[in-house]
Ligand binder design. Structure first.
Ligand code: SAM
Length: 183
């Protein structure tokens, strides 16, 4: 894929953190995911999608939630060490390599990305890529650390998605988004 530039420092950071990530951040991430699950249930009830991608799956904490709302779970992460741990956590998950992302355009019903895009060199490129990976009217559940502020995220997100729900969690902004029909 031409449009996913990432910072090697982020890769190194997460490769080095992988063994202790769950211990350090498991509780914090699970708290966010419980909120995401509550909102999901309110909006979609017991709906289960066919194909879902965890974009920045990390050690798979978020992929466990994805496996509740999608029959097929695909996982993608720039850190090989993180994705190795995720593979053990969600046994049926299908790992996607960065160079293979181009084979999945218009493929996913739902993309989940929890606490990922704030680390990106160019989050707009990731959002554009996710837009392309989703089917028409696909759902993106996006959670980002608050550090860049809402004034940064909202206009960027609105270029590609319609916001159907927004929630301000302690550390993250959580968005439920539907892919725009036309850009
Ligand atoms: C804070 S962790 C979150 C992991 C998981 N989603 C969770 O909720 O626990 C961020 C993860 O995103 C990955 N990541 C960062 N930038 C990325 C990018 N542009 N594309 C894919 N993965 C990325 C990192 O390697 C790391 O595993």
């Amino acid at each position: 894929m031409d449009n996913n530039e990432y910072d090697e420092r982020v890769v190194d950071y997460y490769n080095n953190l992988s063994d202790v990530y769950d211990e350090l951040y498991g509780e914090e991430q699970n708290k966010k995911i419980r909120i995401i699950e509550e909102i999901y249930n309110r909006l979609f009830g017991s709906k289960v999608f066919e194909k879902g991608l965890d974009y920045g799956c990390g050690t798979g904490i978020s992929s466990i939630f994805l496996s509740k709302i999608s029959k097929e779970v695909y996982i993608y992460d720039i850190s090989e060490k993180m994705i190795e741990i995720a593979k053990n956590k969600v046994k049926n998950a299908i790992p996607v390599k960065i160079n293979d992302l181009g084979n999945y355009l218009g493929f996913f019903d739902v993309v989940l990305s929890v606490t990922v895009l704030q680390d990106s060199k160019d989050p707009e490129k990731d959002l554009e890529l996710i837009f392309k990976l989703l089917k028409e009217e696909g759902l993106l559940i996006l959670s980002v650390l608050k550090k860049k502020g809402l004034a940064f995220w909202k206009p960027l997100i609105k270029k590609y998605f319609n916001i159907i729900w927004f929630y301000e969690e302690d550390k993250d902004f959580i968005f439920f988004l539907i892919k725009k029909i036309k850009l």
